[in-house]
Ligand binder design. Structure first.
Ligand SMILES: Nc1ncnc2c1ncn2[C@@H]1O[C@H](COP(=O)(O)OP(=O)(O)OP(=O)(O)O)[C@@H](O)[C@H]1O
Ligand SMILES: Cc1ncc(CO)c(N)n1
Length: 259
């Protein structure tokens, strides 16, 4: 059985973070492991508290996983602060982790900061370079590339700029654009639009976490970057289409549609 590790924050309401990742990996019939970087108190209406895990304890969790059950792919989500980012980068380099997908989570859908401002530079210098793929949404791509993005050409410009200084590939997710839900993939020397129908569903809590962990599963299976992203996008579209209405705010996806 293939094994996928998620390094991310816990969402007690089950829609995003570690919980979304474990559901996604399990539905992909793979074995899920988790290193928790922070415990959040959140639900469909917002994030009400964050308790970071001590960096040494993040390191200890990574050691326990890699010394025993070596992952075939690793997804990284919420990483909170500079020290946590440093230990994750050190450990993944040390263990020569394969197929690293980094979702550079900065702000939640509800508008709360999940990465402190001072840590943005460390994310850029330590985590993005070790990724096979990074998956910023439009606001995150804008911060990282320093290009204002409001149309497709600007997504392409930001993607090309980011591709120049990351080692791996770049996927700019289009969920935040009003008209479509098309994502832009820059890989090798290719720029491809990964198009998908925009589902009329306000319950999009955890779409980004779900997409990045599904990509990690597809990479673990041996698919190339393009195939991995395409299949993962189909998974997210399916989970949005299988409408679930939970909570009073922006609710979670329905992962059980394939079971
Ligand atoms: N209404 C929608 N219909 C179809 N696909 C969508 C919709 N909203 C988001 N997506 C898709 O979901 C994936 C995640 O994109 P998005 O831009 O929402 O990420 P995010 O902002 O990181 O998500 P999160 O809500 O977890 O913070 C992308 O593949 C995007 O195209
Ligand atoms: C723990 C966690 N990670 C990521 C996100 C972004 O969706 C969230 N809301 N919560």
């Amino acid at each position: 059985m293939l094994k996928v590790l998620t390094i991310a924050g816990s969402d007690c309401s089950g829609g995003a973070g570690i919980q979304a990742d474990i559901k996604t990996i399990t539905v992909h019939k793979q074995y899920a492991m988790s290193v928790i970087t922070a415990v959040t108190a959140q639900n469909t209406t917002g994030v009400y508290g964050i308790m970071d895990v001590e960096p040494e304890f993040v390191a200890k969790q990574i050691d326990c996983v890699f010394c025993d059950i070596k992952p075939d792919a690793v997804k990284i989500g919420m990483v909170s602060n500079k020290d946590i980012i440093e230990v994750i980068a050190d450990k993944l380099e040390y263990y020569k982790a394969k197929h690293i997908v980094v979702d550079p989570v900065m702000v939640s859908t509800s508008g709360n900061r999940l990465l402190c401002k001072e840590a943005e530079e460390t994310l850029k210098t330590r985590l993005l370079p070790i990724a096979e793929l990074i998956t910023p949404n439009i606001p995150e791509a804008s911060v990282l590339s320093e290009i204002e993005i409001s149309k497709r050409e600007e997504m392409e410009e930001a993607g090309s700029r980011l591709k120049k200084w990351v080692t791996g590939s770049v996927l700019i997710k289009g969920g935040h654009s009003k008209e479509q839900a098309d994502d832009l993939l820059c890989w090798n020397n290719n720029i491809n639009w990964i198009c998908g129908e925009r589902v009329a569903n306000p319950n999009t809590h955890g779409t980004g976490c779900t997409l990045s962990s599904a990509i990690a599963c597809n990479l673990a299976e041996g698919n190339n970057i393009y195939e991995s992203v395409k299949k993962a996008k189909e998974y997210v579209t399916g989970a949005l289409n299988a409408k679930l209405k939970l909570g009073v705010g922006s609710g979670p996806l329905n992962h059980s549609y394939l079971i």
